[in-house]
Design a protein around this ligand. Structure first.
Ligand code: SAH
Length: 226
């Protein structure tokens, strides 16, 4: 898989991809993440990528020209399955969407800033708009990192324990059961006996019951959606 992220603040994306699982996924060649500085596609010597909104009002708008120049340059190299715009009014991101995106080959993600991007980009070039929740961030970078992280960890070979992503919350319409590690007792706080019993089948059953109970408590709508 290849993910091209287009941003006017590339440094904001340095650290999310240079540690831990996402770093190793790239080192193993399972995903290529390429960050593009939108300013290098600017039309003028000041490398401007935004301008005042037609009709007035506060806030700058990202211009169509640098964005389309960047899209065109990338599309000359390869075809893209989706050209995504991160947007607070986009489709709400979910595990299902992450699963779907993880099956794609090449993704482009455009990060907005200021008041957002010229509407003509959204109408004519963007194939998918994603929101990470009903709140407003100052830019699309953190949102793009969230989406990329959720997608990349699903790619085969990225997580060392192959089954690990499948037993995460949401994959089966349930949230994950509680987990514990050593010590078995800390200041009188004990780990449930069943987990120390060595009885695999009973442990599985217990985990499933806990998942069902937690889902009912914390995400009751998951059960109703099924
Ligand atoms: N004026 C716009 C908000 C712009 S916020 C509005 O009211 O809708 C600046 C940029 O941050 C957006 O262009 C988008 O790329 C990104 N962004 C903000 N909140 C987001 C969210 N919840 N999900 C995804 N991207 C978001």
């Amino acid at each position: 898989m290849r993910i091209d992220i287009i941003t006017c603040l590339p440094r904001l994306l340095d650290s999310p991809f240079s540690d831990s699982i996402l770093k190793r996924a790239q080192e193993k060649g399972l995903v290529e993440v390429v960050i593009h500085d939108l300013r290098t596609y600017s039309m003028d010597k000041h490398r401007r990528i935004d301008d005042y909104a037609f009709g007035g009002g506060a806030g700058m708008v990202m211009m169509i020209e640098p964005i389309v120049r960047c899209f065109d340059a990338l599309k000359l190299e390869r075809s893209y399955d989706e050209i995504i715009y991160m947007s607070p009014d986009g489709e709400q991101f979910s595990q299902n969407m992450a699963n779907e995106l993880s099956l794609k080959g090449n993704l482009m993600i455009l990060c907005g800033h200021y008041k957002g991007i010229d509407e003509r980009v959204r109408e004519n070039y963007i194939t998918k708009e994603i929101s990470i929740g009903d709140y407003v961030l100052s830019g699309g970078e953190l949102a793009a990192a969230v989406v990329s992280d959720a997608v990349i960890r699903l790619l085969p070979g990225v997580l060392s324990d192959e089954t690990s992503a499948l037993t995460d919350s949401f994959q089966d319409g349930l949230v994950a059961p509680p987990v514990y590690t050593r010590p078995a007792e800390f200041n009188g706080l004990k780990v449930p006996d069943i987990l120390l019993s060595g009885h695999e089948k009973k442990i599985e059953e217990w985990r499933f019951e806990q998942s069902v109970k937690r889902t009912e408590e914390k995400r009751p709508h998951l059960n109703k959606e099924k």
